[in-house]
Design a protein around this ligand. Structure first.
Ligand SMILES: *Cc1c(COP(=O)(O)O)cnc(C)c1O
Length: 466
């Protein structure tokens, strides 16, 4: 589609103070209006026609006026996040100041702030001194960084017979990372999961034994601290024990579940995560930050540096004692914005307690929604939530409804097209299922009650009357 651009008054490349004021207040007014309307607009929006006679505000409004709205309080699809405005403001500051955010020598205090954020995450995980980490753009890049680091540490010369272990519920970004890092599907072992969608440890062990007997080189085990499908948490400590006994690198993908380490229940669920060699976090999920913030933590600082450190003649010599302060020594990226303030400013302004309370609320809401749905007898509840996500299917009423997949696809469409809440589906054990994931800072009891009403209404709509 051709997107007509509005005819705007031209500004110089470095706008005057007055021009800047006017532009900034237009943008500010747009954002205030949109945020005020957020909850009352449908979460699924239609296409709005763009006219060529537009000012900036109406152009922006129409740009954001279609698709599903992941910032909406009723958004419970995929893994929500919400988007804290205080983090967006930090990004505005950082991008306006535009300091070189990848090296300590360029902007020492900013590099130190980013390291403090990484150290905060290390504290939540329970890593002792000697860790390193870097803020990425998301969980996928974090998983890739972990995989490359593990490969370099475990199989530095020849990795073609290396094998990687994950479950049939592992996020696809792990397979993608394996692919990008030079492994084929032959190198990746997909271990089955149990009824609660957690990895089957016995099956894992026998697969490792069989691979060794076949002359392969098992080197990496990936556990999920909250799967994307059902929020299920793999047995963290049991996996650590397997990795230890077998001499594998143990990576935990906590992109969804990691933030729950701020809560008592989350710490209990994730107990053992401190034994991992590396952990993926995704603050644009569980810390409610706007999209664009992930993180990778590695227990042994040198491994992360070994895998990524390489510099051109135009750069200063390596100082090993402070390479952990240089994001470019820890990541595939070179030039990039400073990424610490967008995490640190919300933590300073709201306090860690506010995040812990909000996450506790999500755990309560998930339990409440699960119990209420279970009581109706209308649904096959596929997992009791370990955290704030669960999957379910609408049960058929008659023989005519016997295509469970089709019934549930129509059910999902009926819920989403009404625009009050937004859910997503997946395939579990070969059959389509719906899922509820509660993780936005804007989702509260009222939205869960709306969800329950909508489920009831849509069920009545799609089921054949028996
Ligand atoms: C979302 C997610 C990812 C990928 O993270 P992105 O930020 O979307 O790249 C990886 N693993 C899990 C478990 C996730 O939920």
């Amino acid at each position: 589609m051709d997107l007509p651009w509005p005819q705007l008054e031209r500004l110089s490349l470095d706008p005057s103070v007055q021009e800047w004021d006017e532009l900034a207040s237009t943008v500010h007014a747009f954002l205030q209006e949109e945020l005020a309307l957020l909850g009352s607009q449908p979460v699924l929006q239609g296409e709005e026609a763009l006219s060529s006679e537009q000012d900036l505000k109406s152009f922006l409004r129409s740009l954001f006026g279609s698709g599903f709205n992941a910032a909406h309080p009723g958004f419970m699809a995929y893994i929500p996040g919400g988007g804290l405005v205080t983090s967006a403001l930090a990004d505005w500051i950082v991008k306006t100041m535009n300091r070189y955010g990848t090296a300590h020598f360029a902007a020492p205090k900013l590099a130190e702030l980013e390291y403090q954020v990484v150290a905060t995450f290390a504290r939540w995980i329970g890593f002792g001194p000697g860790f390193a980490g870097v803020l990425t753009t998301g969980g996928s890049l974090a998983n890739f960084t972990a995989l490359v680091t593990a490969r370099r540490a475990m199989l530095p010369e020849n990795f073609l017979s290396g094998t990687i272990y994950c479950s049939d519920q592992t996020h696809h970004s792990v397979m993608k990372a394996a692919n990008l890092a030079g492994f084929s599907a032959r190198n990746v072992r997909i271990v089955p999961t149990d009824r609660d969608f957690r990895i089957e440890v016995a099956a894992l062990k026998s697969q490792i034994t069989a691979d060794r007997a076949a002359g392969l080189a098992p080197f990496l085990l990936v556990g999920s601290a909250g799967t994307t499908n059902t929020g299920s948490v793999d047995p963290m400590s049991e996996l650590a024990a397997v990795a230890q006994a077998e001499g594998l690198w143990y990576h935990v993908d906590a992109a969804y579940g990691g933030a729950f380490l701020l809560t008592d229940r989350g710490r209990k669920q994730l107990a053992g995560i401190a034994e991992a060699d590396s952990v993926t976090l995704d603050p644009h999920k569980g810390l409610f930050l706007p999209y664009g913030t992930g993180g990778i933590l590695v227990k042994d600082r040198d491994s992360l540096i070994e895998a990524h450190e390489l510099r051109g003649a135009y750069m200063p010599d390596l100082d090993r004692a402070q390479a952990h302060l240089d994001p470019f020594s820890l990541s595939v990226e070179l030039s990039r914005e400073h990424r610490g303030l967008k995490v640190a400013l919300p933590l300073m302004l709201h306090g860690e307690d506010a995040f812990a309370e909000a996450l506790d609320e999500k755990l309560d809401l998930a339990e409440y929604a699960f119990e209420a749905m279970d009581r109706t007898g209308t649904f096959d509840m596929l997992n009791r939530p370990d955290l704030s996500t669960f999957a379910f299917r609408l049960l058929p009423t008659t023989q005519t409804d016997k295509d469970l997949g089709d019934l549930n696809r129509r059910f999902l469409d009926e819920i989403n097209s009404a625009g009050k809440v937004y859910l997503s589906g997946t395939v579990l054990h070969d059959t389509f299922a719906l899922r509820v994931s509660i993780l936005s800072h804007r989702t509260h009891q009222a939205q869960i009650d709306t969800l329950l009403e909508e489920l009831n209404r849509a069920a009545g709509h799609v089921r054949v009357k028996g």
